[in-house]
Design a protein around this ligand. Structure first.
Ligand SMILES: NC(=O)CC[C@H](N)C(=O)O
Length: 361
């Protein structure tokens, strides 16, 4: 059935609905990975966004139980070139269209996604609508990326615990809209994990007797979290901390540094990141539209650890006195190359080291 992708630049792309017709609006972002559409669709960091996949065919391996990053699709909608309705292997997989329909998320196919991407790369912020009509309605309610609602919707409302309570290190994960593979990476490194609501107080968190803190990825503009970030600072100064993506941005805000919108973000599984100390490059998985402003990091406090090879943006930093390490890329790498997995090892090593020195009364 005929569908349209309307951009606020005035461009109109005709296509077909992938599943049932459903209208959606949101910021248009593009994802350049060759695989991973299921993880992208269910990654809470895409809340409120319409994801354009640049890989020419999407849906060809279906969607599979156990590979979601959260309980439901989170993107507002998807845009693809060619949609494959008959996934291989047959029988085991659900089709992408079935999954979209089950959760009421629209998708459009038959779009020149490279042309859409060129527009986004040239214009920066482009908003769009998936629609049965080729014209804009008079009034459109745009999602506000500065609203806290994205994180509120994506975070747990009650603590959730993973892993045995048998003396292994306990990581409290502040959940801004976590990818489940971050929890799984911590479990694989021998930790127990409790995911807590993003707005929990430091006292509530300390009452869980954490050995380390993980600040998760999540949707929206990090500045929406400024007040929460600032009050976290005393906690960050006490516990080994790893910040991933939004988590890195929150740590920066907690210490008075700033964040800004990038022209069109980094979303894909082939983003080169260089270690400042060794010049070694990792190919990393990424999904972010905001970034920490390099000049805003106090050089007396922070050491820059990683930079992006393409645009020299901040990809990681660590504190010079406290055991705080942050990365803008995704070491859990789902989807994507696992080259940066050592980040979890380094974090857990720090947690174990500090644990020997600390005993809870
Ligand atoms: N994956 C993330 O955590 C994204 C962080 C933030 N929402 C951004 O777009 O920059």
């Amino acid at each position: 059935m005929k569908a349209f992708l309307l951009l606020d630049t005035g461009d109109v792309f005709p296509g077909e609905w992938i599943g049932q017709p459903r209208e959606a609006v949101g910021e248009i972002v593009f994802y350049t990975g060759m695989t991973g559409y299921q993880e992208v669709l269910t990654d809470p960091s895409y809340g409120g966004q319409i994801v354009t996949f640049t890989y020419p065919m999407i849906g060809n391996y279906g969607v599979h139980a156990g590979e979601d990053e959260s309980p439901r699709p989170q993107a507002a909608g998807i845009v693809v070139g060619e949609y494959c309705p008959h996934p291989s292997p047959y029988g085991k997989a659900e089709t992408l269209a079935e999954k979209l329909d089950r959760h009421g998320i629209p998708g459009i196919s038959g779009i020149d996604t490279r042309a859409v991407t060129t527009i986004v790369r040239e214009k920066g912020l482009v908003r769009g609508r998936l629609s049965c009509e080729s014209r804009w309605p008079r009034h459109v309610e745009w999602p506000d990326s500065l609203s806290l609602e994205w994180v509120q919707k994506a975070s747990v409302t009650q603590p959730e615990t993973y892993g045995k309570n048998d003396g292994r290190p306990h990581i409290v994960l502040i959940d801004y809209g976590r990818k489940q593979s971050i929890v799984e990476a911590l479990l694989a490194h021998g930790c127990r994990v409790t995911a807590v609501p993003f707005n929990w107080s430091n006292e509530q968190i300390l009452a869980l007797r954490p050995d380390g803190l993980l600040l998760s990825n999540g949707p929206g503009d990090p500045q929406a979290l400024s007040p929460y970030a600032q009050r976290l600072r005393p906690l960050l100064e006490q516990l080994p901390t790893l910040g991933i993506c939004l988590g890195q941005q929150v740590v920066a805000l907690a210490f008075g540094a700033s964040t800004e919108r990038m022209p069109y973000g980094h979303r894909g599984s082939n983003h080169p990141v260089k270690s400042v100390s060794t010049d070694k490059v990792w190919i990393t998985s990424q999904n972010h539209g905001y970034v920490v402003v390099k000049e805003s990091l106090d050089p007396d406090e922070w050491e820059l650890t990683y930079v992006n090879v393409n645009d020299d943006s901040v990809e990681g930093f660590r504190h010079k006195r406290y055991p705080i390490q942050c990365v803008q890329f995704h070491p859990e790498a789902r989807p994507g190359p696992a080259e940066a997995e050592v980040i979890f090892q380094q974090f857990v090593r720090k947690v174990n080291r500090q644990r020997k020195e600390t005993t809870y009364a």
